[in-house]
Design a protein around this ligand. Structure first.
Ligand SMILES: [Zn+2]
Length: 54
């Protein structure tokens, strides 16, 4: 599977690059709010990161 590109806009819609946005959550950081958790799950889904969603 292709890895998500850190320099592309994050799929969650924040307008930030993936590396500045949800990537840290997909690498194990805990989102500080429920909204961030939802966004990180959405972007994981959009990027095909099934492991994160499970
Ligand atoms: Zn994001």
């Amino acid at each position: 599977m292709a890895k998500p590109s850190p320099n592309l806009p994050c799929p969650c819609g924040s307008g930030l690059k993936y590396k500045k946005c949800c990537q840290k959550y997909h690498k194990g950081a805990l989102p500080s709010t429920a909204l961030l958790l939802m966004k990180s799950r959405y972007s994981a889904y959009a990027l095909g990161l099934a492991d994160y969603i499970m």
